[in-house]
Design a protein around this ligand. Structure first.
Ligand code: FES
Length: 231
């Protein structure tokens, strides 16, 4: 049997398997922490920073990504403080600005309370979340794609820019990509920066209804499964 530890998330003591991440422990318990780059059952790289929480130690708190933080006995986590809500909303807003027509990102942004986007839109094809890279290496143990370059030149590519012979053409990299899912209504152009709004009614209903899960409809790997397990 997997050894367990007890930690406290948002005032509630929960039990989690030793070696699991705080994010997985929270989702397993039914605490919905927004996340994007995490791929279930694969170790996380902490790229999107959406899953930030406050880790409280000796009265001091540190903001950290919950997908890369392993559970420890007695640890105290706050996932929904004013500070976290504000920081997370800003991160979500930046993600929307990067890829405004990704429905997955828009849904997550609305869930994070984004009402408007203050940053210029970039319409990128890739937000460097690394879900494709993690899936390729973590799920199948091959490295047909990876990150190359630094700073603004950072991108995902196959070695030397040619299709790797390691690639099995399984399509998993595309399946997990938030950019390849059904796009939001758009396109949103400069001066028309807004969320398409389709997910907003669900959110406002959720805000008024205790315990209602918005069931994000974000495709495999994005859902917290809160609605299946706890309701
Ligand atoms: S889900 Fe944790 S940093 Fe992206």
């Amino acid at each position: 049997m997997t050894p367990k530890v007890t930690l406290n998330i948002d005032g509630e003591n929960i039990s989690a398997a030793r070696g699991s991440s705080v994010l997985d422990a929270a989702l397993e318990h039914g605490t919905c922490i927004p996340h994007l780059c995490r791929v279930p059952y694969i170790s996380s790289i902490g790229a999107c920073r959406l899953c930030i929480v406050e880790h409280v130690v000796n009265g001091w708190s540190k903001v950290t990504t919950s997908c890369t933080l392993l559970v420890q006995e007695g640890m105290v986590i706050l996932s929904n403080t004013d500070k976290i809500i504000k920081l997370r909303r800003n991160i979500a807003e930046l993600l929307v600005a990067e890829a405004p027509n990704s429905r997955a990102i828009q849904d997550i942004a609305v869930r994070c309370g984004v009402k408007e986007v203050r940053y210029p839109f970039r319409n990128s094809d890739c937000i460097l979340c690394g879900r494709c890279v993690q899936s390729c290496s973590g799920r199948f143990g091959v490295k047909a794609i990876g990150f190359v370059g630094r700073g603004k030149d950072r991108r995902v590519e196959s070695p030397f820019g040619v299709r790797s012979e390691l690639c099995r053409q399984c399509g998993w990299c595309t399946d997990v990509c938030p950019m390849s899912m059904v796009p939001c209504d758009g396109p949103m152009r400069h001066g028309e920066e807004r969320l398409c709004g389709k997910c907003e009614p669900k959110m406002s209903f959720a805000e008024k209804t205790t315990g209602f899960c918005v069931s994000c409809d974000l495709g495999e790997g994005f859902q917290c499964e809160r609605n299946y397990k706890n309701f």
